[in-house]
Design a protein around this ligand. Structure first.
Ligand code: NDP
Length: 434
């Protein structure tokens, strides 16, 4: 704590994991003797660099770039790049730490990493985005590689940005190394289902949890925060599974549509046109738009899907959700629930799918994309979707078993932490002191 005192998000993420592992440490003195907690909480490597680029007015702008290679015990570092003005070391360390455990839960051979920049893509032209991405990659390329570190997208980094980043990497390296980045377009080495994977995976895990409790998911009312990659495809699968999605948000506010959100319109508005969610009511006058993205949790729902960003559901929001009779909170974003809110929800019997487990579908399919690149092979949409379903079902089973084994009962939060912590710890111990 002392060493990271100025990094509140990072401390929060570490505390959340450590809350679950006391019973494991009691039974595994070898972890304590090997000082595994301190080793695990210090990233293997942190790279910080200057990103100079020229805007459309001809001015030179400087941003800060980061890559954190957090833990490579189980494979090449793997984790997304976030472009958002709030990006700093604390945010990226929390994401890299979480990523290490999440990647382990997928059962695929990947380590954990994260990176990004304080660059704000909002309001920038395509050319500005391209010049920024090219400059960012001009430094990043020397630190990554298909067997070293494989970045992907996250907030502010989608298919367009991955394209620009990959184009620059290829120019510098002078070779096709498709497996160096994931989330690529299908036309140059991407995988089917990667775009949908995080959102779809979230719903597959939520369904597994509802099935386990014999509660039907179809017919339930859902609220989804965010309207980016995760939120849009979570909404798509939710609707397919018979849920009614009544509200979605962006960083300005939320829309409420009692008839159910018109998703094809929303995908076109947010993903294709990159518009604001407030525009929804122009063509859907029966719907309401409310300023302030955090207000979305006032909307009554059975299942809450926070899919925007960290610390979205605070204690106050959790109290509101419980008062409105929420059955489950299914985390699509990383660390969207504060630790106090999490405790409160658990105490009130709300079912929770923790982000580490429930948003692992994206990175799982990224890893499947890496495999296809190495094998020069392309799987069909259906094949990849079946792999995703299997992985999410296995994650649910592993979390249920790990929690039960250490006396937590049905607790996916504890199960996800214990199962992944032990696997990372074992891989580290097997490789000596490092
Ligand atoms: P996007 O950039 O595609 O979308 C983010 C969405 O959240 C946007 O609608 C954005 O609004 C909204 N938002 C609201 N408040 C904030 C805020 N304070 N900061 C940032 N965004 C805000 O990101 P993704 O959908 O890819 O990621 C969403 C979450 O899911 C993140 O926590 C990410 O780490 C996590 N995640 C993503 C994965 C992926 O495969 N993409 C995989 C696993 C986790 P606006 O439109 O106004 O920008």
């Amino acid at each position: 704590k002392k060493r990271n005192a100025h990094e509140p998000e990072y401390i929060q993420a570490v505390e959340e994991v450590f809350m679950s592992i006391a019973p494991v440490l009691e039974q595994r003195p070898d972890y304590v003797e090997a000082n595994i907690l301190e080793r695990m909480t210090e990233p293997e490597r942190t790279i910080i660099f200057r990103v100079p680029w020229v805007n459309d007015k001809g001015e030179l702008v400087v941003n800060r770039g980061f890559r954190i290679q957090f833990n490579g015990a189980r494979g090449p570092y793997k984790g997304g790049l976030r472009f958002h003005p709030t990006v700093n070391l604390s945010i990226l360390k929390f994401l890299g730490f979480e990523q290490t455990f999440k990647n382990t839960l997928t059962g695929r051979p990947i380590g954990g990493g994260k990176g990004g920049s304080d660059f704000d893509p909002k309001g920038k032209s395509d050319k500005e985005i391209m010049r920024f991405c090219q400059s960012f990659m001009t430094e990043l390329y020397r630190h990554i590689g298909p067997d070293v570190d494989v970045p992907a997208g996250d907030i502010g980094v989608g298919s367009r940005e991955i394209g620009f980043l990959y184009g620059q990497y290829k120019r510098i390296r002078g070779a096709y190394e498709g497996g160096v980045l994931t989330g690529k377009h299908i036309e140059y080495g991407g995988s089917y289902v990667r775009t949908e994977a995080t959102g779809y995976g979230l719903l597959y895990l939520t369904k597994a949890m509802f099935d386990h409790h014999n509660i039907p998911l179809a017919g339930k009312v859902a609220v989804i925060s965010g309207s980016g990659n995760v939120a849009l495809y979570a909404a798509q699968k939710a609707i397919e599974l018979g849920l009614k999605v009544v509200a979605m948000s962006d960083s300005s506010g939320y829309v409420y549509d009692a008839q159910g959100i018109d998703l094809p319109y929303m995908i076109d508005l947010k993903e294709v046109k990159k518009g604001r969610i407030s525009e929804y009511i122009k063509t859907h006058p029966h719907a309401q738009y409310v300023e302030g993205w955090e207000n979305i949790w006032n909307v009554k729902c059975d299942v809450a899907f926070p899919c925007a960003t960290q610390n979205d559901i605070t204690l106050e929001k959790a109290e509101k959700l419980v008062a409105n009779g929420v059955i489950a909170v299914a985390e699509g974003a990383n660390m969207p629930t504060t630790n106090e809110a999490l405790e409160y929800l658990k105490k009130n019997g709300v079912l929770i799918t923790p982000a580490k487990a429930s948003n692992a579908g994206g990175v799982a399919i990224s890893s499947v994309e890496m495999t296809q690149n190495s094998m020069r092979q392309s799987l069909t949409f259906e094949e990849v979707d079946n792999i995703l379903k299997d992985i999410m079902d296995t994650i649910h089973k592993d979390c249920v078993e790990a929690a039960a084994q250490y006396g937590f009962g049905y607790d996916l939060v504890a199960g996800a932490n214990i199962s992944s912590f032990m696997k990372v710890a074992d891989a580290m111990l097997l490789q000596g002191d490092y």
